[in-house]
Design a protein around this ligand. Sequence first.
Ligand code: LLP
Length: 432
Amino acid sequence: MDHFNYRDGLLYAEDVPLTRIAEEVGTPVYVYSTATLERHYTVFADAFAGMRASVFYAVKANSNIAVIKTLADLGAGADVVSEGELRRALAAGVPPQKIVFSGVGKTREELAYALDVGILEINVESENELELLNAVAGEKGVTAEIAIRVNPDVDAKTHAKISTGKKENKFGIDIDRAVDVFRHAQSLTHIHPVTVASHIGSQLTDLDPYRAAFTRLVALVGELRAAGIDIKRLDLGGGLGIPYDGEEPPLPDAYAALVREVVGDLDVELFFEPGRMIAGNAGILLSKVLFEKHGEARRFVILDAAMNDLIRPALYDGHHGLKPVKEPSSDADWTPADIVGPVCESGDTFAKDRLLPRFVDGELVAFTSAGAYGAVMASTYNTRPLVPEVLVKGDRYAVIRPRQTFEEILGAERFPDWQTDDGGGRMAAVSG
Ligand code: LLP
């Protein structure tokens, strides 16, 4: 459920008409709904009521500090994968004791920073990382509480690029080797292994892969305890899918019921790292139709948004709904169209053969389900400034990241000295 609905023939974000945001902020623009973020977080967290469970919002899905703060104010912790995300979580007011640090390759500097700020747990993904963390913690004279991420070798049955739980994926430590690695971790002076972690993939629409993975993790916890390693927590990752195109992913309640059934008796604290499930349907990308173009064989709708603003269709064949902001009349003529951006490559196609009413130039449209992995994956390709982000709450809205300016883009670049006068570079060579 989200809070983007038609009212009196116009699409609204909560109580704000999108036409107003387009007029005042311009397009393209990402628009997020506070009520939807809050609802999704609450539904997820409430599903585990009565269990010792903590939710660490996967910041990578949407890392705007105002979005993180919206969730932190409800009690969410943060799952981060870089020093940058860690800094965002702290800036948004997430206490260090509610932050876990995942990621397949952390640098010495990142590990040092995480130890300095005293986060709850570092999720280690390789033996070399274990050694490095032990060394860094030793230099600081501290002991790092860690999770070891295991790879349970389960097919998440999702898009190959976002599948992480098979042996051939780069993530975690093979489950068959986990006991040895935990033993080794336990022997290191500055490491205290307490958690088994796993994340098998993203946009899962079926509970079966979770069941398979969780069952293996439960067996592993048994083996570890038998080996004298005191496992206190199980981090089950994120991955719950959302409906982009009529999918019916399991509701948090069904997911929680599975967790209860499979790991309920284990006497561990449970950690979850949902990202998309919380932010995905809480955001839209508002864009303007520049032109309609009718080729011999196809109808093209050319938008002012492009693949650099929303990369999911190009990268994962991701589907995003497209809603005209002005509600189509009942007698509108819906015909197939290719929805494209202005970037100079054919991959800059948001959808093919999508049934859409006829647009007039300048009409507004909204890509739905764009709150997760939208703005965070944007780039300035084609020197297109990063688009602004807006957060709506009731009848108010605020720009939570202004549109990047050309001055900011160009101002960040430098000529090398051989191209400038004083460096005796190109200018001098040209004049001499
Ligand atoms: N925990 C870990 C360790 C992860 O790697 C991820 C996502 C999550 C939690 C959150 O997963 P979620 O609940 O959002 O599915 N850019 C891709 C998705 C990449 C997901 C990467 N890891 C997309 O646009 O579909």
